[in-house]
Ligand binder design. Structure first.
Ligand SMILES: Cc1ncc(COP(=O)(O)O)c(C=O)c1O
Length: 395
């Protein structure tokens, strides 16, 4: 039986609250991966990867390169198409090395998914060249790097396609985005979602946000029945992204699932992404990151994986490497510290017999690498409580 831990005392992902909103009137907009690029909003980052692969012509039996250190949502879209993930090694600093990619496959893969973990841009030039030489479609996974830039340019422009995950940077019900420097196929436009579906998304966002307000929690308890009824009344089928024959021909391939399983984001999520994030919010993210990194710098039991924050990095979370996973992970979770880790990798990854030899980091970091929030919505009290618990537990 799994151990159950108390709910975290702070939200791991952004929720709608003061300081954590899409950009307000008068605020300066931070650069992000969607600006100046053609885009298509999808129900999640995972759905955006699936759409990118389908547009790349990936079909059943094809091979797609994907990092062995992954959250399951990176592998699942490959499996949904019926393609075969070819796992490649990442280094202990989560860099992608070209020889690891070349070694991961014995035949020509159709596409490669390339990550920028935790918002830290991974050098991509060599990989991009290798993809060009080999005829492999490069999909830049910017799920963690929505706001990071390299020499002033948002990451995400090196691949044929880029993908983003909106819930990691905005208070949304989910949502993802496929984007490209080149125009996406003309028919690839989200079909308008029904109003009941949009209302459902707003109820979800409101619930996620109210959980963090004292009187809001009471309100949630009091209205549980009414909300369940409302949800049922608003139940609708999935929104479809493809709404034209043109898109269907581009994307339709012989797959176990029809192409229209890829759904559009809610309008709320798309609106947030179009509105953008303020430069103040990015500065707060960076400052929260450094506060947490600084708090653990004197600890014996853990260290930040990336202690320094380059000027152009807008971090998604703080990756913190424990010396040993236990008992520290459990202690922190039991104290309600908001933590994630990739211990529930996709069953495909875990079932790969050579995983440990192929990428020692994957299993190891699945246990030892903690992810702590640094988003702009953390209150001072929450931030200090996180730092205090880390110092006390890991000193
Ligand atoms: C690196 C990376 N890529 C893609 C995704 C998928 O994004 P989403 O959760 O929006 O499906 C995730 C999700 O955690 C991720 O960490």
């Amino acid at each position: 039986m799994g151990v159950s831990f108390p709910s975290p005392f702070a939200p791991v992902l952004p929720v709608l609250r003061s300081r954590c909103t899409p950009r307000l009137p008068g605020q300066r907009r931070a650069k992000d991966v969607l600006q100046g690029r053609d885009r298509c909003f999808t129900s999640s980052g995972s759905a955006a990867i699936e759409l990118a692969l389908r547009l790349a012509g990936v079909s059943s039996g094809d091979e797609v390169l994907v990092p062995a250190f992954n959250c399951r949502t990176m592998v699942e879209p490959i499996l949904r198409i019926g393609a075969r993930p070819a796992l490649y090694r990442v280094s202990p600093t989560l860099e992608v090395e070209i020889d690891a990619i070349a070694r991961a496959t014995s035949r020509t893969p159709r596409a490669l998914v390339f990550p920028h973990y935790f918002g830290f841009p991974n050098p991509i030039r060599d990989v991009s060249k290798w993809c060009d030489d080999e005829g492999v479609v490069l999909v830049e996974d910017c799920a963690h790097a929505f706001l990071s830039t390299v020499q002033g340019v948002p990451v995400g422009g090196s691949g044929e396609f880029g993908v983003a995950s909106l819930r990691k940077f905005y208070p949304t019900d989910g949502g993802g985005c496929l984007f490209s420097e080149k125009p996406l196929p003309a028919g690839l436009r989200p079909k308008q979602a029904s109003w009941s579906s949009e209302a459902r998304a707003l109820v979800t966002v409101a619930e996620q946000s109210l959980r963090w307000v004292r009187s809001g929690r009471r309100l949630i308890e009091l209205t549980a029945g009414a909300r369940a009824g409302l949800r049922q009344a608003l139940q609708i089928s999935d929104r479809t992204v493809m709404d034209s024959a043109a898109a269907r021909t581009t994307v339709a391939v012989s797959t176990p699932t029809p192409p229209n399983v890829v759904s559009a984001s809610s309008r709320w999520a798309a609106w947030c992404a179009l509105r953008g994030i303020s430069t103040t919010a990015v500065e707060r993210r960076r400052s929260n990151y450094l506060t947490i990194a600084d708090a653990v710098s004197g600890c014996a039991r853990a260290r930040p994986l990336f202690p320094a924050l380059g000027n152009e990095v807008a971090p998604y979370m703080v990756p913190l490497l424990l010396d040993v996973a236990e008992p520290y992970f459990s202690r922190l979770k039991s104290a309600g510290v908001p933590i994630w880790r990739w211990d529930r990798l996709s069953s495909y990854t875990l079932a790969t017999p050579a995983l440990t030899g192929l990428c020692p980091v994957t299993r190891d970091y699945g246990e030892r690498l903690l992810q702590l929030p640094c988003h702009e919505g953390l209150s001072e009290t929450e931030l200090h409580r996180i730092c205090d618990m880390l110092k006390r537990t890991l000193r």
